[in-house]
Design a protein around this ligand. Sequence first.
Ligand SMILES: Cc1cc2nc3c(=O)[nH]c(=O)nc-3n(C[C@H](O)[C@H](O)[C@H](O)COP(=O)(O)O)c2cc1C
Length: 181
Amino acid sequence: MAELPAIEAAIWQQLARACHDRHHAWRTPVLATVDAQGLPEARTLVLREVEAATRRLWVYSDARAAKIAHLARQPRATLLAWSPRLHWQVRLKLRVTLHTRGLALASRWARVKLSPSASDYLSARAPGEPLDGTAPALLAEDRAQFAALEAEVLEIDWLELHRDGHRRARFDGHDACWLQA
Ligand SMILES: Cc1cc2nc3c(=O)[nH]c(=O)nc-3n(C[C@H](O)[C@H](O)[C@H](O)COP(=O)(O)O)c2cc1C
């Protein structure tokens, strides 16, 4: 059906908009991973970059965060976002490549280190580490624990809630099909 390509294009357009619009609900999706025991874990993060042409998304994290260890073991993950304005939910099936060094990382850190969020990656303590009452310390800038996650979108499961009938479709980069909502 001709409508499916238009819907897929609109999904990518909204994802791209979400990176730049602080008020877009898709700016803070939930990333689900599996831990070393095969148990699910999920957390909110900020969508930083979207490359529709290559079906890629980028998010940033502290390199010591649990999600990084999860993704190093199992690079398949799911990103979940719901927009009450669009009435659209998307579930993006991802294959994630971790960047903790190299050009892709350096170019992004060069930008981030000038922003207020730089301190997110300069804590002397790893995320989730118990606090012991001592004053929090910051790492030197050249020891920043900045990691960039490059996610290839393998599949999109789109759901539209509508009072006249919900619609659902799946896009895998090659094919698209309608699904029972
Ligand atoms: C609105 C919001 C935005 C967040 N953005 C990020 C982010 O961009 N990157 C990140 O690593 N954590 C972000 N967090 C924190 C994560 O949700 C999570 O608490 C932290 O990354 C540790 O997760 P982990 O132990 O599963 O790795 C955000 C949390 C909230 C509430």
